[in-house]
Write a protein that binds this ligand. Sequence first.
Ligand SMILES: [Zn+2]
Length: 202
Amino acid sequence: MSNINVCNKCDLIVDHIPLEKGKHAHCPRCNTLLYTNKIFSISTILALSITGLILVVIANVFPMFTITLLGVGESATLVQGAWALFEQKFYFVGLLVIFCSFIAPFLFLSCLAQVCLLLLTKRNTPQLILLLKLVNFHTKWSMLEVYLVSFLIAVFKLSDIADIEFQLGLLSFVSLMFISSLIMYGLNLELFWQKMERNAKR
Ligand SMILES: [Zn+2]
């Protein structure tokens, strides 16, 4: 966590002071908002990450949509979609689909859930710092939204030539995106580090 903030508007350098929950820091010169102390507690983040994990599984196991082309209907799951890409020799795109829709969100949410559990049960195990670093790294590289947008564009293009009916898998995927955005909005890792230090002192 950096110890200084630079104002976006007037470039004033301001020391980073930890804030109370829900408080905001403004630039002393031009009053632009500098940073906030986001509001979700560790148990809220835990609940969201467990919900997210369930959604990742549903999104990958159940069909995303049914395509009806020339009277023939076919349902497709994410895994089938990725497999179809492999068969067409689009290996990189296929891997990207698997990575963005399953591996990355699953790893992120399971690391986050473990971090929350360890902090809430006051167990400072050696892997806690590693897990926290992984979570921190992932918050800078969340690709779910990018993937969903490109996916939706592809589906809408396809809907010109075929009838598309959305299924449970897609609903879960959209909900997963919502949950993941909510986590990104409310996650304050500073709160996590502070909690870890407090636990260590006991
Ligand atoms: Zn300013």
